[in-house]
Design a protein around this ligand. Structure first.
Ligand SMILES: Cc1ncc(C[n+]2csc(CCOP(=O)(O)OP(=O)(O)O)c2C)c(N)n1
Ligand SMILES: CC(=O)[C@@H](O)[C@H](O)COP(=O)(O)O
Ligand SMILES: [Mg+2]
Length: 633
């Protein structure tokens, strides 16, 4: 008889015996493979969190006890056990289940953003509030991966949690990987804790000889557990965590529900700060994921569930163009090095790493450190390329401003997933980088429109050694070549209709959209000039000069309107005394619900049809009011 179909919430887990729990775990794995192979998503991380999530929801009483998921990508099992199995048919799709926790979906969900290493701070804050509000019967649990634990915020929080006496349980889901194997001293320390063989052998003996037969019961087992603790102290070095003041429980087999429940129950009973170190395997139970050397099916698109083979149509991605060009440039530029925050392959540093492993540095999920260490490298004469997803640069803004820009350091940032990403929800859209970068003195930002301009602009960026340079491009396939008619003052003119009605200023990949808008305008008898500034910040003088010769300026960017290129262009026109009205199109200042990129772009009006409709209206307005009252604030 099926178990999963009867789980409507954590309460339904509590009456299950060992055999039923094993059956439930099997069904959950089968469910994950069946659904995520169709929708895409984080299959590997969730296959590794099956037993851990079952045990968590049996020991703790969510939502009275609070379970916070770090990064949130491994919360599918949590969603299944909290009554959302039906939603998985539309996982990560518009109107369907989010790929991350969502308060709108469930009272069991707390943290919705997908930015790593925040869960301990959430837990610390919740525990402080519980203490002040007299909720002394609750426990706060943070589930953080070994990768998430390499993030600086996690240690800021641990510093406080360890010194207080509040019931915070930190569960380290240690599968030894972020995407790739987790790096650094912390990973080595976790490995030390993991591989204290004597301790583990003792554990195995304890489990086999004593088992959990009723005869033995808790007291004897607890006495032996005390022995284990003693043994661990002998065979395992005093842990980093205990040195901080946290009780350490583990390492525990993260796929043994009973062992997990025992460890979690001890942690819960402790009523203080405690770490439970669970050993798990990413992708467990699905052979194609377990065999995936790259990242254990960390995040996949649709696949053939039988073989694990991707069903995606092979295309050339922006990332692959960058990866190849950087590798090629590096042959000519021995000063060029790459820095990644635990995402070497996803951000395209893997080809450089393969050619020159000593010139690519993985700092773990530590973007702030990545940026400031890059300033250090530039200080010594290297030219670092910090490759991150655009949304993750947010957390390293101060380092970019105060360590790179203030010191006029020649560091190049390559922001992948810039603009609307879609599936991963609000926190993954690369929609804030242009606004943030527009206030950084000296920063120069390029937005390539195709492969050729990416290659050119990357090389131009690497030639700047006294200021931060930035390239930004979206997720997905690179468009076909969009050649220029001419280049004036660094600005590429892509189309010129003669009569200069409308100047369309395209930011990066919006060039294709702007050319389509120009076609639609021409059908309405409106002439357009389409330009790609290439280096979009600061605004080029040529763009201001062109604006002065047109009746209307329209800027289109796949980035936030607030403070984006359009805003900066409007200010530049005002400062230059150019009265041409401007309409700026971009992403509105709100969080975007998860959906496909094209669906989100349509929803926010970033389509050729909508932009051209509005521009035709605006030009008609100009004809009606020759004074050309400003169309846009
Ligand atoms: C600040 C930040 N940087 C990068 C990422 C991209 N990212 C998502 S999951 C992940 C790896 C997380 O590793 P871990 O915490 O060990 O979880 P696991 O996937 O192994 O379960 C990374 C780097 C992110 N979500 N947040
Ligand atoms: C949580 C996580 O892994 C994110 O970094 C995201 O899933 C990346 O997705 P893509 O690499 O498919 O853009
Ligand atoms: Mg991990």
């Amino acid at each position: 008889m099926g178990q999963l179909e009867h789980i409507t919430g954590p309460q339904d887990l509590r009456g299950l015996g060992p055999a039923e729990l094993e059956q439930l775990a099997r069904e959950v794995r089968a469910f994950l493979v069946e659904h995520v192979s169709r929708t895409g998503g984080h299959l590997g991380p969730n296959l590794g969190a099956v037993e851990l999530t079952i045990a968590l929801h049996r020991v703790f009483d969510s939502p009275r006890d609070t379970i916070v998921w770090d990064t949130g990508h491994q919360a599918y099992v949590h969603k299944l056990l909290t009554g959302r199995a039906d939603g998985f048919a539309r996982l990560r799709q518009r109107g369907g289940l989010s790929g991350y926790p969502s308060r709108a979906e469930s009272e069991h969900d707390v943290v919705e953003n997908s930015h790593a290493s925040t869960s301990l701070s959430w837990a610390d804050g919740i525990a402080k509030a519980d203490e002040l509000l007299g909720h002394d019967d609750r426990t706060v649990v943070a589930v953080i991966g070994d990768g998430g634990l390499t993030g600086g915020m996690a240690w800021e929080a641990l510093n406080g949690i360890a010194a207080a006496d509040r019931p915070v349980v930190v569960v380290v889901n240690d599968n030894e990987r972020s995407y790739a194997p987790t790096v650094g001293g912390l990973a080595n320390h976790l490995a030390t804790l993991r591989t204290t063989r004597g301790y583990e052998r003792f554990l195995d003996w304890g489990k086999q000889v004593l088992g959990r037969t009723p005869v033995v019961g808790a007291p004897v087992y607890d006495a032996l557990h005390g022995m284990k603790k003693g043994l661990k102290d002998v065979v395992a070095p005093q842990g980093l965590f205990e040195d901080l003041g946290l009780k350490y429980v583990g390492p525990v087999d993260g796929h043994d529900v009973e062992a997990l429940e025992h460890a979690l129950a001890r942690a819960k009973a402790f009523r203080g700060p405690v770490i439970v170190h669970a050993l798990t395997r990413k992708g467990l139970g699905y052979e194609p994921a377990e065999a995936d050397e790259a990242d254990r099916f960390h995040g996949i698109g649709a696949i053939d569930p039988l073989t694990g083979r991707s069903l995606a149509v092979k295309t050339t991605s922006w990332t692959s163009v960058f990866a190849e060009e950087l590798r090629d440039v590096a042959e000519e530029r021995p000063d060029v090095v790459g820095i990644t925050a635990a995402m070497c392959i996803p951000v395209g540093l893997h080809l450089l790493q393969a050619a020159h492993p000593e010139r690519v540095f993985d700092v773990g999920i530590a973007e702030q450190h990545a940026v400031t260490s890059a300033a250090g490298m530039a200080y010594r004469g290297l030219h670092p390329v910090v490759a991150v997803y655009a949304t993750f640069l947010n957390r390293a803004f101060d380092q970019l401003l105060m360590d790179v820009a203030l010191h006029r350091a020649g560091v190049t940032f390559v922001l992948d997933r810039a603009g609307v990403t879609g599936d991963d929800g609000a926190s993954h859209n690369g929609m804030w980088d242009l606004s943030l970068l527009s206030v950084v003195p000296g920063a120069r930002v390029a937005a390539p429109r195709d492969a050729v301009t990416l290659q050119e602009e990357l090389r131009e960026a690497l030639d700047v050694d006294d200021a931060p340079t930035v390239l930004r491009f979206p997720k997905g396939p690179v468009p076909g070549a969009l050649p220029a008619l001419e280049r004036r003052g660094g600005v590429d003119v892509l189309r010129r209709d003669g009569d200069e009605d409308v100047l369309l200023v395209a930011v990066g990949p919006m060039a294709g959209l702007c050319l389509e808008v120009a076609d639609r305008l021409a059908d309405q008898g409106v002439g357009a000039t389409v330009v790609d500034p290439r280096w979009v910040l600061p605004v080029a003088e040529e763009v201001v000069a062109l604006a002065a010769r047109h009746r209307l300026v329209v800027s289109v960017e796949d980035g936030g309107r607030a403070g984006g290129v359009g805003s900066v262009l409007a200010r530049a026109l005002r400062d230059a005394g150019v009265g041409t009205p401007l309409r700026d199109y971009g992403i509105p200042q709100r969080f975007l619900e998860h959906a496909k990129r094209a669906e989100v772009l349509e929803e926010v009006g970033l389509t050729a049809q909508e932009v051209s409709r509005q521009v035709v209206e605006a030009v008609a307005g100009l004809d009606a009011e020759p004074t050309g009252a400003p169309l846009h604030d």
